[in-house]
Design a protein. Structure first.
Length: 86
């Protein structure tokens, strides 16, 4: 099993990026999807099964990170709203 991870940030989206993939039918600034599956096709099928607006063809076009499920490792960390004061 692998962990498939997509992230797409549209915070600074502009008209010059009009052809950029859109991962979900909802309006979003930051979309994240993380799925445990045996293959990319299975991961995409699991997202489609949710019927939650995930756009499978656009997900297919956007590279995802793949993490082996049998190895220890950091999958995701994030700091939001930090202030660089030092």
């Amino acid at each position: 099993m692998n962990i498939y991870f997509w992230r797409h940030n549209k915070t600074y989206h502009s008209y010059s990026m009009i052809d950029e993939p859109c991962l979900n039918n909802e309006f979003y600034l930051d979309a994240l999807a993380m799925v445990m599956a045996d293959s990319l096709d299975e991961a995409l099928a699991k997202l489609a099964e949710q019927n939650a607006g995930w756009r499978i063809e656009d997900l297919r076009a956007l590279p995802c990170q793949v993490f082996p499920g049998d190895k220890a490792g950091v999958i995701f960390t994030e700091l939001r709203g930090t202030v660089n004061h030092l």
